[in-house]
Ligand binder design. Structure first.
Ligand code: BDR
Ligand code: CA
Length: 311
């Protein structure tokens, strides 16, 4: 099992990532939530609800950042439903959400387990940014970091070049990119290639397994959002891919690149820009500040098989 600290804005595909992890060897040490798809407190309630529905009733959830560092809060209920779980009538868990501040909890847990924890972040990066601001030792003490974020040198979804998780808090994302840690970035350039075959959607919808039934209800709204984008009633697996790469890095091949977040562009604020010319960084030093690991190729079939198995 891989010990995971999961930072999320649950969220439909965040829920799918939790399910993926539960079925593929993730040991959830804790979850922290951020604003993004929905307000942070709503994401906290949703995260507890999904964990409990999957039997992970002892994983603590800590509500974290309520707004971005340097811009106003914006949420994305049009993608995830008013309740963040697709307005499918999912009954919320009454388990209390822990009172600790998300970013502080990340720092505390990483110090408790030096070198052991993998940070998987699938929402705006405010909590990670705050944790880095609070504790310069964090990068040294974290095992590695995997994020779903960015549309590296390609089309965005929240703006023409901005992917939602980066676009919602570009300053935090830049702190995460420039920190001296081992950072894998799964952006839209790769997650948009993970649309489930419609036969897989049908299997999930027909399944009586309680995990499949939960996801099958929650993702209906998402299928409607993605239909005009991908041309079929299916969806891509953004957040599950970050979880998958944390658990099983050899699902993909990678290249290191220097990257940064556009903070001031007239039209491009929130874009992730990587230098993809042939000036490769030192392959023995993935922790060089500003160097990220990008996905080159992905075994999409194996990723989908793992996802279906988890349900
Ligand atoms: C990301 O934004 C959110 O809508 C999803 O949960 C995912 O983390 C995709 O751009
Ligand atoms: Ca998310």
């Amino acid at each position: 099992a891989v010990d995971i600290l999961f930072d999320c804005d649950t969220g439909i595909d965040d829920s799918m990532a939790i399910a993926y992890g539960a079925g593929n060897g993730a040991h959830f040490v804790a979850c922290t939530t951020t604003h993004g798809n929905v307000p942070s407190a709503t994401a906290g309630r949703n995260t507890v609800t999904v964990l409990d529905a999957l039997g992970l009733t002892d994983v603590p959830v800590h509500v974290g950042a309520h707004r971005p560092m340097a811009q106003a809060l914006q949420t994305a209920e049009w993608v995830h439903g008013e309740d963040g779980l697709g307005d499918a009538g999912v009954v919320q868990s009454t388990r209390p959400v822990a009172g600790h501040l998300g970013a502080a909890e990340i720092v505390r847990l990483v110090h408790e387990r030096p070198g052991e924890l993998t940070l998987v972040a699938v929402g705006p990066l405010t909590n990670l940014g705050l944790a880095l601001v609070m504790d310069p030792d964090l990068p040294r003490l974290v095992r590695n970091v995997v994020i779903m974020g960015g549309a590296v040198n390609t089309a965005g979804n929240a703006s023409h070049v901005g992917e939602a998780n980066v676009w919602h808090d570009p300053e935090a994302a830049q702190l995460v990119v420039e920190a001296p840690w081992d950072l894998t970035v799964a952006g839209l350039e790769i997650t948009m290639r993970t649309a489930l075959p419609t036969s897989a959607i049908a299997r999930i919808e027909a399944s009586q397994d309680p995990r499949a039934r939960l996801i099958g209800r929650v993702f209906q709204h998402y299928l409607g959002v993605y239909e005009p984008i991908v041309g079929a009633r299916t969806c891509v697996l953004h957040d599950p891919l970050a979880m998958a790469l944390a658990l099983e890095p050899d699902l993909a091949t990678y290249r290191l690149a220097r990257a940064g977040v556009e903070l001031r562009g007239e039209r491009s604020r929130g874009q992730v820009v990587a230098d993809l010319r042939n000036f490769e960084p030192d392959p023995t030093d993935p922790k060089e500040p500003g160097v990220v690991r990008l996905v080159d190729t992905l075994d999409v079939d194996r990723f989908h098989e793992n996802f279906l198995r988890a349900l």
